[in-house]
Design a protein around this ligand. Structure first.
Ligand code: AMP
Length: 312
């Protein structure tokens, strides 16, 4: 149970064992997964209830590594079989990653069970996982006030119909530039964003890796656009999970500001800065190691670095 005045976010996503190689080293069988990264970042700012599944191989040590007072793991089920597992290698240009393997393990055909206590949550984050699982969680929430969705190229390829169904129920879609083009078949980014808005979400955030992120919010006079560059980081060790941490910082900040403000353009702009701050920390070490023990003050300091970066 959370003893905090901020109401919890409910999130679904993968909890994984990752093997990652970058020009700066290799991390084998480390904690990963979109849900794990999302929760690690969002829980710095707000309580999080995580719906996920792991296999019987998931160790107590890994569970302890995930634990923090702002994270409720009562919705993380253990099923017979192996924990979702993913491997990737970054090239010398760290923006380019090759996926070495994806072993679905227990997430294959997993039907999420949302604990009764989570169903009254207003803010729902559907982190990257197969769209039918995202849909199942969303349907279990009694009266969602803000639905944020993150996805990836794999699901656009193999589960397009159910993904479109989830997108139709979403308020904020977070995706990267390549995925925006792949989803819409449109090469021009502002036009791709408009096509995404026609599918449902009035707010779209496009992540552009080290080049930052762009926010578009549909208004009466067209789109209100905001763009934040990436912070020039000296230590980029492993960008795995940066996108999920972006979503965590973004949604965590909105939740902390009060969900009644969730459509305020000022709140959304600042949320992009918090998402970018969380993502930048994530890149500095393997797995979510750099996120552990971070405080709101640490995030705020980094948000100030973003402010200085764009102030002229
Ligand atoms: P990102 O770097 O934002 O793409 O996130 C990478 C994380 O997502 C890794 O920790 C993986 O375990 C996890 N992941 C990789 N592929 C998938 C997938 N198809 N569905 C959900 N999570 C995935």
């Amino acid at each position: 149970m959370h003893n905090n005045k901020i109401p919890p976010i409910v999130a679904v996503g993968t909890v994984a064992y990752d093997t990652v190689e970058s020009p700066f080293g290799k991390a084998e069988h480390v904690l990963g997964g979109s849900g794990m990264y999302f929760a690690a970042a969002a829980s710095i700012l707000s309580p999080v209830n995580l719906v996920a599944v792991v296999g019987e191989d998931f160790s107590q040590e890994s569970r302890d590594e995930m634990k923090n007072p702002n994270l409720d793991l009562g919705g993380m089920a253990t099923h017979p079989g192996k924990t979702f597992s993913w491997g990737g290698t970054y090239r010398n240009d760290i923006n380019i990653r090759d996926t070495d393997f994806t072993e679905l393990g227990v997430i294959e055909n997993w039907v999420p069970e949302v604990p009764e206590a989570y169903r009254a949550c207003k803010t729902v984050c559907l982190a990257n996982i197969d769209p039918p699982a995202q849909l199942e969680v969303l349907k279990a929430i009694e009266d969602p006030g803000l639905v944020v969705l993150d996805t990836m190229n794999l699901w656009i390829d193999v589960a397009r119909d159910s993904l479109l169904e989830v997108i139709g129920l979403t308020d904020v879609l977070i995706l990267n530039d390549e995925e925006a083009r792949q989803l819409t078949g449109e090469l021009n980014l502002p036009t791709a964003i408009e096509k995404i808005q026609d599918l449902g979400p009035s707010i779209v955030v496009v992540k552009k890796g080290e080049h930052g992120a762009m926010l578009a919010q549909q208004g009466e006079d067209g789109n209100e656009i905001f763009s934040l560059p990436g912070l020039p980081l000296k230590t980029v060790c492993d960008p795995t999970g940066a996108g999920d941490c972006f979503a965590g910082g973004f949604v965590g900040y909105i939740q902390r500001s009060g969900i009644s403000n969730c459509r305020s353009n000022d709140t959304l702009r600042t949320a992009v800065a918090y998402g970018s701050a969380a993502a930048s920390f994530c890149c500095e070490d393997f797995s979510a190691r750099r996120l552990r023990g971070l405080t709101i003050d640490d995030l705020e300091q980094r948000v100030d670095s973003f402010r200085r970066l764009v102030d002229f």
